[in-house]
Design a protein around this ligand. Structure first.
Ligand SMILES: C[S@@+](CC[C@H](N)C(=O)[O-])C[C@H]1O[C@@H](n2cnc3c(N)ncnc32)[C@H](O)[C@@H]1O
Length: 269
């Protein structure tokens, strides 16, 4: 894998990207007003794994079940079940590849949690004392009229020490022993593709906040989509108060993805 550079030049933003951003800004402002909608979301447990899994996927899931004592399919829908096995597999491989064993019972924060569908995998891997998911657009409503917030309440319900906060992490004032950050936006195009406005694209501030929130012995575990995004992320991290604990590593995912996930672990500089 190519070496991770310390500075990158960003190309100018296209007029089309700016136009789409303006459109999404309207929706972003509207969704921020949906805080009053609350519906209790429940998922129908899958109970069994799909027949379509490959022998390798079946073997890996069996290993994860035995190692971590989990059966996500007993609580979660099939798609959420498989996503949790995928995240747990990424974390388990990270442990192997980086020779890294995070301490249990720590205060963790997850940045950019979406609807926090992977909270069960984080619990299985980290056994945190507390876990707080932070999401900028937590009140975005799905076509079934449930919001990300409603889904998150379902996924964190079994864990008394877990919360989901709708806020911009750039304004976070707390501290943490560990921060997880899966696929942060480090380029403007993916952010707009996720229907967010460019005004919330502030990677420098986000990484600065991560470094600032970290307790002295704390870690940031980051996952990026492919080498290009990983390079951007590493540059932002290095420029804003974090230092690499070990070289970023590609991690083969359990299920096919367009870009190979790249894992990196950081400490405060
Ligand atoms: C590419 S998605 C990844 C979601 C999730 N971590 C996952 O692995 O599926 C990035 C998420 O970060 C959220 N986000 C972006 N900027 C943020 C910020 N400043 N504070 C909190 N969340 C943010 C977005 O709304 C989006 O849900």
């Amino acid at each position: 894998m190519t070496s991770f550079v310390s500075s990158l030049a960003s190309p100018p933003l296209s007029p089309l990207l700016r136009l789409r951003s303006t459109y999404y800004r309207c929706w972003y402002e509207i969704s921020r007003g949906f805080t009053w909608i609350r519906r209790e979301y429940h998922e129908q447990p899958a109970r069994a794994l799909p027949e379509t899994l490959t022998p390798y996927q079946r073997h890996r899931i069996k290993t994860l079940q035995l190692t971590y004592g989990v059966h996500f399919e007993d609580q979660l829908h099939i798609s959420t079940t498989l996503e949790n096995y995928e995240y747990l597999d990424l974390l388990d491989q990270t442990k192997e590849k980086l020779g890294w064993e995070p301490d249990r019972n720590k205060e963790l924060v997850d940045v950019g949690s979406l609807n926090f569908y992977y909270a069960p995998a984080l619990h299985a891997f980290f056994h945190p004392h507390t876990l707080q998911g932070i999401e900028l657009e937590g009140y975005r409503v799905y076509t079934n009229f449930y919001s990300r917030f409603d889904y998150a309440q379902c996924y964190i319900r079994p864990f008394a020490n877990t919360s989901y906060t709708v806020m911009d992490f750039c304004n976070f004032t707390g501290s943490a022993d560990g921060i997880t950050c899966f696929y942060p936006f480090v380029k403007p195009e993916p952010l707009v593709a996720w229907r967010l406005p460019l005004k919330v694209f502030q990677p420098q501030r986000m990484f600065e906040r991560m470094a600032h929130s970290l307790r002295p012995e704390g870690f940031v575990l980051m996952m990026n989509h492919g080498e290009d995004e990983a390079q951007w992320a590493c540059t932002f991290a290095q420029q804003n108060g974090l230092q690499l604990k070990s070289q970023p590593q590609p991690i083969p995912p359990l299920f096919p993805r367009a870009d190979v996930p790249i894992i990196s672990v950081w400490n405060r500089a």
